[in-house]
Design a protein around this ligand. Structure first.
Ligand SMILES: O=C(O)C1=C[C@@H](OP(=O)(O)O)[C@@H](O)[C@H](O)C1
Ligand SMILES: C=C(OP(=O)(O)O)C(=O)O
Length: 471
């Protein structure tokens, strides 16, 4: 496998080293010429890596992250923590996806600007931590990041006594003025637009003088497994978060322990690879699939059988068998599925539904309008641009069966829009992505791994990972 670095100021801090087929990001998704038969390893989870980076910076001593993700979102988190004073260094390993990281906490200093890029985890997890710094910290990001919901982060910090200056925007850019401590106490928030508002507060709350009692007042709360992941990561560092009733979390003040932690592979990023078995036919295996995980990508093992997949597990390798697949003469059924637990799985699963021979309704995903782009509008527009019949619902997307044809596909800065196009492109020739470099947000190796999946790739040696040296 060859490791790519993508360039382009909006998308990535990496240096240029592109393959010709991703020239300036233009990429024609390859069709599957035969059933797939692939066994892949995937890089680390974005959600786990960025939580563990934050907790390591807040901890009482040095931590080591084994097999962390190296992508734009994790690089932005590393750079932000470094600018706030944390020492983060690379520790070489023999693995293909980049070095381990050692994090040595230091007192947080202000007078810095944090670039959030388009990373929800950076823009929602770091402001509560930055409130513990001495001095002003400014947050900004990509143009698309300025459209993402931030009101709840800003208002909750104000409710905790933090001085935040947002010029009335309730969005990026904004500044806060850290005094070195946060009183903490009780706060009520509406987290219906993103679970990350809850996670961001819980992560730093042990360092608040009085801890935190957090109450969610909105009607719905998306992405519950991601909140479980936050509580689990805190528990592994000696902080017990209790939940006396649904939508209420109590975090006691106290030390956050240092630890050595191995980051699980990103199971949400497994979605396009596993879905490929259903389209091309054949089998796709993912190595190192955890037996017990808070990652919502684990739900794929229950979701993909709705489209006809068979799931088997051999040790820590999980295999999805797509049988003959769509291209081998099979068909994909229509499905009705609520993805409120795992909205980040929606683009890949909507792509499968767009290839189905029956109608599908994917619901529980209204909050995806505030993701990297308005994902409901983007998926509907791009699927219909290829001849599909998708309609936006209040809470999701409805898809009627329709033959798809060649055409252009816009990625809107959204890595998962690229994943969705790649799935459709397996069955539909000449799906042309305007910019596949967006994959660098969480999986810079996407194109190389996709080529591996389709048996189109050269091999790599661990030395190639030096190409990832952007930290
Ligand atoms: O906490 C996290 O790591 C995440 C939470 C979810 O956010 P939302 O609740 O905003 O969907 C998820 O979609 C995102 O990809 C990662
Ligand atoms: C919603 C996502 O990302 P973020 O962490 O930027 O919210 C995602 O990866 O699907």
């Amino acid at each position: 496998m060859q490791v790519f670095r993508y360039s382009g100021p909006e998308f990535s801090p990496y240096e240029t080293d592109r393959e010709p087929e991703v020239d300036e990001g233009f990429w024609v998704a390859p069709t599957a010429a035969a059933p797939v038969s692939a066994e892949l390893s995937l890089p680390g989870s974005k959600s786990l890596t960025n939580r563990e980076l934050v907790l390591s910076a807040l901890a009482t001593g040095p931590s080591i992250l084994r097999l962390p993700l190296h992508s734009r979102d994790s690089a932005l988190m590393v750079e932000a923590l470094r600018s706030l004073g944390t020492t983060i260094s690379e520790v070489p390993n023999d693995e293909p996806f980049g070095p381990d990281l050692e994090i040595v906490p230091q007192a947080f200093t202000g007078g810095v600007s944090v670039d959030c890029g388009l990373a929800g985890t950076v823009m929602r997890f770091l402001p509560p931590l930055a409130a513990l710094a001495t001095g002003p910290v400014t947050f900004d990001g990509d143009e698309g990041a300025r459209r993402r919901p931030m009101r709840t982060t800003i208002e909750s910090l104000r409710a905790l006594g933090v001085d935040v200056d947002d010029d009335g925007r309730s969005a990026l850019p904004f500044s806060l003025h850290g005094t070195g401590e946060v009183e903490g106490g009780e706060v009520s928030i509406d987290a219906s637009a993103s679970s990350q508002f809850v996670s961001g507060l819980l992560l730093s709350a042990p360092r608040f003088a009085n801890g935190l009692t957090l109450r969610h007042t909105g009607e719905k709360l998306p992405s519950l497994p991601h909140i479980e992941m936050t509580i689990d990561a805190l528990a592994s560092r000696g902080v017990t978060v209790s939940s006396p009733e649904t939508g209420v979390w109590v975090v006691p003040p106290g030390p956050i322990a240092a630890r050595e932690v191995t980051i699980e592979p990103d199971l949400s990023n497994a979605a396009p690879f596993l879905a490929a078995a259903l389209v091309a036919g054949g089998r796709v295996s993912i190595r190192h699939w955890p037996h017990d995980t808070t990652q919502v990508g684990d739900d794929l093992l229950d979701l993909l059988p709705l489209w006809g997949a068979t799931v088997t597990r051999d040790g820590d390798t999980v295999t999805i068998d797509g049988g003959d697949g769509l291209l081998g003469g099979g068909s994909l059924p229509g499905v009705d599925v609520d993805l409120s637990r795992g909205g980040e799985l929606a683009p890949a699963l909507v792509a499968l539904a767009a290839l189905a021979s029956g109608p599908s309704t994917i619901t529980g995903i209204a909050h995806l309008r505030g993701h990297e782009t308005d994902r409901l509008a983007a998926l509907v527009a791009e699927i219909n641009g290829l001849g599909g019949r998708a309609t936006e619902l209040d809470d999701g997307i409805r898809l009627e069966p329709s033959p798809l044809h060649a055409g252009k596909w816009k990625t809107y800065g959204d890595h998962r829009m690229a994943h969705a196009a790649a799935i459709i492109g397996l069955a539909v020739p000449d799906v042309e992505l305007d910019d596949v470099r967006v994959v660098s947000k969480t999986l810079p190796e996407f194109v190389a791994l996709w080529d591996d999946l389709l048996g189109r790739t050269v091999t790599t040696s661990p030395a190639d990972t030096s190409l990832l040296g952007f930290l």
